[in-house]
Design a protein around this ligand. Structure first.
Ligand code: PSV
Ligand code: MN
Length: 383
C-alpha cells in the first residue's frame, strides 16, 4: 500500500486552458458566469483545480487562444499561483487560409504560414519553459480525388522535419492523430500508425499523443498504449470521454472501465512517469468548468489507483497457467475495488481536503469570480 500511495502522490495530470473558457457544440455555446476573460484568469481557475486535487500542477496553453504580449510574464503569473505552463498546443485550423489544409495545403505559401506558426510555438516554449509542443492537424480532404493523398504526406513530413530541427535541448513534440473531423473522407494523420511512422523517421524527440476521443468506435485503445510504450513512443494523452464521436466529455464519464484498462497498460509498461504527459482535453458545454475539471482529474486518479491495485504476480501466474477465468478475475477484482476511501486518506496525508468536489464548492471561489468577472469578453469559441 505504501508503494501505491507513493505512485498516486507523484501522479501529475495537466488541465487545458481552454476548458475554463466557454465552449459547446457547433449548435450552441452556452455562456457561464465567472468565465475567464484572458489567459491570466484561466490560469487562476486551473490553480483552483490543483489546490483541490493536489495533482494538477500544470496547464496546457493553446495558441492563439492564449496569445499574450509577454509569455515570460504569463509563466511568472502561473508560478505565483502555484502552477506551471505545460504543453503548448499549436492551432493551424482556424484561419480562412487553412480551408484546404495547413502544412499539407497544396499552396506553398499557406504551408509556410502554418509551419511558421509551429515554429512560433517553439519560441513560446522557450519563453514559458514548456518542454512539450502538441501538434494536431485538421488537415484532410472531403472528397476522393480532391488532392493527392501521397503528396500530402510528403508535405506533412517536410513541415514536421523543420519543426523537429528547431526543437531545443529537453524539448519534444507530440503528434496527435484523429480519425475524422473536420475532414470527412481522408485525414492526413488519421491513426496512431501514421503518427508513429512520422515520429520514428524524425527521431526520439517526436512522440505520439493518444486523444481518447479520436478513434473509431470499438478501437482497443489500451492495445495502442501498450504498443507505443513498448516502442518508447507514447508521449502522452489527451483524456476525454466519448459515447459517439469526439464528444470531449468529462474523462471516465462514458467508460470508466476503458480508462482503467488504459491505466493498467500504462503501469504495466512503466509509463506512470513524467515522461508521459497525462493531459486532459475536454470542453464542458453544460457543466460548470472548474468542478468539471476536478471530476475528470479524480476519475483519472481513481482509474490509476485501481490499476495500481492489480495483483501483478497473481495475474502473471494465472496467465502462465493458461487460467483464462482466473486472470480475468484478478483484473476485475482490482477494477471492482472502491478506492475512494484510499484516495480520501491519501489527500488528508497530503494536507488536502478528502473530497475535492466538496472542497471547491465550499471555497467560495465560484461566488468570487461570478461577482468579479463582470464585463469584458469571455474566453471561448463562438461565445
Ligand atoms: C482536436 O479535436 C483536438 O483534440 C486537438 O487536441 C485540439 O488542439 C483540441 O482538440 C482543441 O480542443
Ligand atoms: Mn486533443
Amino acid at each position: 500500500m505504501t508503494d501505491i500511495k507513493a505512485a498516486l502522490r507523484a501522479q501529475r495530470i495537466e488541465t487545458p486552458s481552454w476548458a475554463y473558457g466557454n465552449s459547446g457544440t457547433r449548435f450552441k455555446v452556452f455562456a457561464q458566469q465567472g468565465v475567464p476573460r484572458d489567459p491570466y484568469e484561466k490560469l487562476a481557475d486551473a490553480a483552483q483545480v490543483h489546490a483541490c486535487t493536489g495533482i494538477a500542477p500544470t496547464v496546457a496553453l493553446h495558441i492563439p487562444w492564449d496569445k499574450v504580449a509577454d509569455y515570460a510574464d504569463l509563466a511568472r503569473h502561473a508560478r505565483e499561483l502555484g502552477v506551471g505552463i505545460g504543453a503548448i498546443n499549436s492551432n493551424v485550423f482556424q484561419d480562412d487560409d487553412y480551408k484546404l489544409g495547413s502544412v499539407t495545403n497544396p499552396d506553398p505559401a499557406v504551408r509556410r504560414k502554418a509551419t511558421d506558426h509551429l515554429l512560433e510555438c517553439v519560441d513560446i516554449m522557450d519563453a514559458t519553459g514548456s518542454d512539450t509542443l502538441k501538434l494536431w492537424f485538421s488537415d484532410g480532404i472531403n472528397y476522393p480525388g480532391q488532392d493527392d493523398l501521397r503528396a500530402r504526406q510528403d508535405r506533412l513530413a517536410e513541415s514536421l522535419a523543420e519543426v523537429y530541427d528547431r526543437l531545443g535541448e529537453g524539448q519534444r513534440f507530440l503528434l496527435e492523430y484523429k480519425l475524422f473531423e473536420p475532414a470527412f473522407y481522408a485525414t492526413d494523420v488519421p491513426d496512431w500508425g501514421t503518427a508513429y511512422a512520422h515520429c520514428v523517421k524524425l527521431g526520439p524527440k517526436a512522440q505520439v499523443v493518444v486523444d481518447t476521443g479520436h478513434h473509431a468506435p470499438g478501437t482497443n485503445i489500451e492495445f495502442i498504449v501498450a504498443f507505443l510504450l513498448r516502442e518508447g513512443r507514447l508521449g502522452g494523452f489527451d483524456f476525454n470521454s466519448r459515447f459517439y464521436a469526439d464528444d470531449d466529455l468529462m474523462v471516465g464519464a462514458a467508460d470508466p472501465f476503458q480508462l482503467f484498462r488504459i491505466m493498467y497498460e500504462v503501469i504495466r509498461g512503466g509509463g506512470l512517469t513524467d515522461e508521459v504527459a497525462f493531459m486532459l482535453d475536454q470542453c464542458h458545454n453544460i457543466e460548470p468548468k472548474i468542478p468539471g475539471q476536478i471530476r475528470s482529474v479524480m476519475n483519472v486518479q481513481e482509474a490509476t489507483a485501481k490499476a495500481l491495485l492489480v495483483d501483478r504476480d497473481a495475474l502473471a501466474a494465472a496467465q502462465a497457467a493458461g487460467d483464462v477465468l482466473g486472470a480475468n478475475a484478478v483484473l476485475m477484482d482490482a477494477y471492482n475495488t472502491d478506492v475512494r476511501p484510499l484516495l480520501a486518506e491519501l489527500r488528508e496525508e497530503m494536507g488536502l481536503a478528502p473530497d475535492p468536489m466538496a472542497a471547491y464548492a465550499g471555497s467560495g471561489y465560484f461566488e468570487k469570480i461570478a461577482a468579479e468577472r463582470v464585463g469584458g469578453q469571455q474566453a471561448g469559441w463562438g461565445a
